[in-house]
Design a protein around this ligand. Sequence first.
Ligand code: C2E
Ligand code: MG
Ligand code: MG
Ligand code: MG
Length: 276
Amino acid sequence: RVKAEGRNGWCFYRPEMDAQLQSRIEMEQDLKAALAGNQFQLYYQPLLNLDSGQVVSFEALLRWHHPTRSMVSPAEFIPLAEECGLIGQLGEWVLNEATRTAARWPQDWRVAVNISPLQFRHKSLVNLVKKALKASGLPPTRLELEITESVILEDETHNLAILNAIRALGVRIAMDDFGTGYSSLSYLRTFPFDKIKIDQSFVRDLPHDKNALSIVRAITDMAQSLNVLITAEGVETEAQMEALKALNCGEAQGYFIGRPAPVIDAYIQPMIRYGT
Ligand code: C2E
Ligand code: MG
Ligand code: MG
Ligand code: MG
């Protein structure tokens, strides 16, 4: 995937564009309308502490209720929003909405918010985080930001300074999709992540695949000695969850525990599913 540098650079029509590109342009226009038209919603997916059996936090996952295409996946529209310069506005909305919602939850669950690498470029992310916390009244310790290694890859000095400033507020920083990048390991040395999220591609083949088992064991062992929390993503079966427990993985997230949902459903469901 080619990442556009400039704002709006991809939004102009050129005659040689093919139908696919044309439909992308339409989607970009729809995205702009979506921001103005309240078509976005946050779903929340529970993270379960495997020692206590308690839900400890929820990850906010963005949903777009497109007027004619039904639901568009964030895997599709987040890259588009990044390319046409809308991710700043969209990310700001997510941060405000997630903190506002979490502040009203009946328990002090944390909320995890995904942050695009491009959100480190324009407006001050530190100020946006401060503003969201202040406006919502959510304690900083209940907010967690999920970033991928590309954040450090893109502009290490600049972005590390931002990450450190945010962490100094008491906000936790998690490395998302661990193991899928080029050098996930070296980033653990570069920045004191509070949490590592093992990518679902490693969890998928548990518990029978010996290699997957070894890799997950190596990651959990390493996390333990680094004193970093660990979440396994994409846990879809009880057998996977049991294997992760046996490997001393701290937290699990996935359809077996609870699907992303508007929060009322999301926090009732895992209580029922777990330990039955
Ligand atoms: P992610 O942060 O790694 O989120 C986990 C994804 O795995 C979510 O996909 C979630 O619905 C899905 N998932 C959870 N449990 C399972 C499971 O048991 N099995 C399988 N197969 N999948 C599971 P989703 O919601 O489609 O989001 C995709 C990606 O889009 C996210 O990956 C994240 O990178 C991005 N994204 C979502 N919301 C936001 C947002 O508000 N801002 C930004 N910048 N990115 C977002
Ligand atoms: Mg995430
Ligand atoms: Mg992930
Ligand atoms: Mg992912």
